[in-house]
Design a protein around this ligand. Sequence first.
Ligand code: F0G
Length: 352
Amino acid sequence: MLPGGVLARYGHLLNLPPHTQPVTLLEGGTPLIPAPRLARELAEGMSLWIKYEGLNPTGSFKDRGMTAAISEAAGRGARTVICASTGNTAASAAAYAARAGMKCIVLIPEGKVALGKLAGALAYGATVVQIEGSFDDALHLVVEVTRKYPIALVNSLNPYRIEGQKTAAFEICDDLGTAPDWLCLPVGNAGNITAYWAGFRQYHERQGTGLPRLLGVQAAGAAPLVLGHPVDRPETVATAIRIGRPARGEEALQAAAESGGRIIAVTDEEILRMQRLLAQTEGIWVEPASAAGLAGLAAEIAAGRLRPRGQRIVAVCTGHGLKDPDIVSRSFVQPLVLPPRLDVLEEVILKP
Ligand code: F0G
């Protein structure tokens, strides 16, 4: 059988209209990578896996929902799609729109989008508009545009984005045989956590796979769901989740509560420390936002609020490290510069 994307594999479980015409880059099927060395760093006696969503075709988890949203839009003859984005949605929308022969417009917050994401959106041929404001301002604008014009909205307010995104939960259950005890993931606009919960619930109702507790993690400078009110000027090094008014915030809070889990915040320092630790204990380099779920897990274990012994824990790493190369100059050890001389080189590399 030829390989298919998430619609080919799980389309029968997704609520998509009959007019849907698959537009795929063979997304999904991402590895669930055991992380025993990192697990030992954090605690004794737990099993930890990384769901490495950075290995999707455009480098982030967004491709699962985007194949669904663009396939639906293509099937009903949409010519143009639009989204607001902190970067990954923009790159994903641009790629799938290109594949469908559609025009794509993306609105991003000026100066706050990581290089690999902006480059992707431009490379795939989107019309990229930088807004002098936040992601929240940009989202407000695209919703207004789609009310006025026949342009398809492909933010996660679009229900088909959530349908496609559920497939990540299905894959985790298929790989482990059951749901894990805990699922840890970053939370920005809150589409992903909403979709995971819907996916786990659906699989459990169908085949009794059990339900995980959800640990949703925001950045401390952009933590409206932890603070209980919108944040007007969100700020964090994890620009992907630099969001002050999450569109699906209520659903995220409900999902976390229903699951017996919670939504917490971690500092930028904790995020960057975890990004480095994951890369250097397991060889998995993710963008800063993607380390937030793990940073939250580490914080909860350290504070004694999550007892990890005997638990099966999955951390979702949402985007590839290559998305945000600039952060490496801030948070990692920099390369040495030496003259081309063996004695100097020996002195450095043979140092105990
Ligand atoms: N991780 C990464 C790498 C992201 O790009 C995002 C969201 C999230 C986590 C949070 O997911 O919004 O569903 O809660 N990025 C969006 C974007 C906002 O425009 O690319 P969420």
